[in-house]
Ligand binder design. Sequence first.
Ligand SMILES: [Zn+2]
Length: 122
Amino acid sequence: MDKLQKLEDQIARHQKYISQIRTQQRILVGQELIKCTKCHKELPANKWTYIQKHWYESPHGCMEGDTWYASKPEVCEIECPDCHGLNYLYNHQYKKRLLDIIGRYRLQPKDIFCVLRDDYPS
Ligand SMILES: [Zn+2]
């Protein structure tokens, strides 16, 4: 095996290792308890549904179509797995912790919550 191939194999082993560590991070973050603002129960993040909000931009020219953008997590909602009450993240006590986790560990809501549901304003 030539040197280049050995280095390539080394990279693949490390990437696999990094991916395993990322999985452990997601599992740990998923175990973070979130308190429902409606029923006041504390349940692990990986049981909640994340509701991805979107915002709309109308076409600028005759060639463009409608454009929908995903809203930032702080203006999205999460649904309690127990009472199904909607918790707005903007004023949720978990907001800062969630945004810190997303920013510091480069995670996405899909890495943290159980289900992702898209919501478009009508
Ligand atoms: Zn609840």
